[in-house]
Design a protein around this ligand. Structure first.
Ligand SMILES: NC(=O)c1ccc[n+]([C@@H]2O[C@H](COP(=O)([O-])OP(=O)(O)OC[C@H]3O[C@@H](n4cnc5c(N)ncnc54)[C@H](O)[C@@H]3O)[C@@H](O)[C@H]2O)c1
Length: 353
């Protein structure tokens, strides 16, 4: 295991990207949020692409203020050509060498944390994005902004699966507003910089990515469940358990993200996720039982104060656009993905939720 991730997964991603990764040759990349769940994958993948595929290495600058990076994120690996700088992207970032790609993945992504840090959540997606767009403009760099499937809010059933053109059903004052509304403004900013100032922008709307490397205390659904299983205590299902989600294994998601970064049509947004299967939280538990061979105890409870109620009823991406334009196709089915995640979390988690 490399820094809490599976080497076999990193290798699989790098192989799947071998048709496009030479386009990173000799480029300089600025990655924000590089010590979070997805950021740590980017670091490992870029290091492997450098080692295995590029004669002229790419240089990577990683920014993170470590606000939610946890123990895993705070242990910074020492890789040639990858430099870490502790920086809060809400503040301007000055850099004196030419940057070719900016990946703005800094954010406060877990509902538990954005409830605890609503202003920081809002500012990283608005001020942080504007700062990165200004840097992209002055460098003529391509910028990819990590938005979220949450910008769609709670779509009505005729907009499920949800296409990129769906305008959203979102509350500007609800308990999730600091996250979904700020991601919407972040996308608006990208659009303005693209239309008015000619910056090459893309936005990615990830749909529930999961996999090894998620912090045990991240409080998103899968780490929460597997930590409780490890501790031998019943799961707590918030609301009714009938809310549906789709789950995208991290190798598929990372491949999709990098295809957008290298090949996204300027100004466009892309859903990245796995539309199959769309399952309820109660169905998820049944699949986890099959995969782990364990009988899982659970209780259905009201939303705790620490977790924002107002959850979307259903969430499922339409990924046709990424398929047609970027050749994106998820490959890992839910049983295989959960098998990898559960066996990893069983080794790494301590059952401390
Ligand atoms: N993982 C998913 O399923 C998912 C789904 C939808 C959207 N996203 C978005 O993708 C991005 C990456 O997600 P993730 O799962 O890796 O999240 P994460 O919370 O694991 O990591 C985000 C990182 O950003 C850093 N950060 C936060 N505010 C910062 C600031 N002001 N300056 C510098 N660094 C800051 C944190 O310390 C953390 O290391 C986020 O923007 C998130 O909103 C992720």
């Amino acid at each position: 295991m490399t820094n809490f991730l599976l080497d076999t997964d990193i290798q699989q991603i790098v192989e799947n990207l071998s048709d496009v990764s030479p386009n990173f040759s000799g480029k300089r990349i600025l990655l924000t949020g590089g010590r979070g769940f997805l950021g740590r994958y980017f670091m490992e993948i870029f290091n492997q692409i450098n080692n295995q595929h590029l004669e002229e290495k790419m240089k990577v600058i990683v920014l993170d203020n470590l606000i939610t990076a946890g123990k895993e994120g705070s242990e910074i690996p020492n890789y040639e050509n990858i430099d870490f700088i502790n920086h809060d992207v809400i503040k301007k970032f000055k850099y004196d060498k030419k940057i070719d790609f900016i990946i703005h993945a800094a954010g406060i992504a877990s509902p538990y944390y954005y409830r605890a840090f609503p202003l920081e959540t809002l500012k990283v997606a608005i001020d942080g994005t504007e700062n990165m767009l200004e840097l992209a403009e002055s460098n003529s760099a391509k910028l990819t902004f990590f938005s979220s499937s949450e910008i769609y809010g709670d779509p009505d059933s005729k907009n499920i699966p949800t296409k990129e053109s769906y305008k959203g059903n979102v509350s500007c004052t609800g308990p999730r507003a600091c996250y979904d509304e700020s991601k919407r403004v972040g996308e608006t900013l990208c659009n303005i910089f693209h239309n008015l100032r000619g910056v090459h922008t893309n936005t990615i709307r990830p749909f529930n990515v999961y996999g090894p490397g998620m912090q045990e205390t991240d409080y998103r659904v899968l780490p929460n469940f597997t930590s409780r299983i490890k501790a031998g205590i019943p799961l707590q299902i918030y609301g009714t358990g009938n809310q549906t989600r789709t789950f995208c294994y991290v190798t598929d998601a990372m491949e999709g993200f990098i295809r957008v970064i290298l090949g996204g049509v300027p100004g466009e947004s892309y859903n990245i996720g796995n539309p199959n299967p769309e399952i309820s939280v109660l169905d998820l538990i049944k699949i986890m039982e099959t995969v782990s061979g364990k009988n899982i105890q659970y209780n259905v409870v009201d939303y705790p104060d620490s977790y924002p109620a107002d959850e979307p009823t259903r969430r499922c991406p339409d990924i046709y656009k990424a398929k047609i334009q970027l050749n994106y196709e998820p490959k890992i089915d839910i049983n295989e993905g959960l098998k990898r995640f559960i066996s990893w979390s069983d080794k790494v988690y301590q059952g401390k939720i």
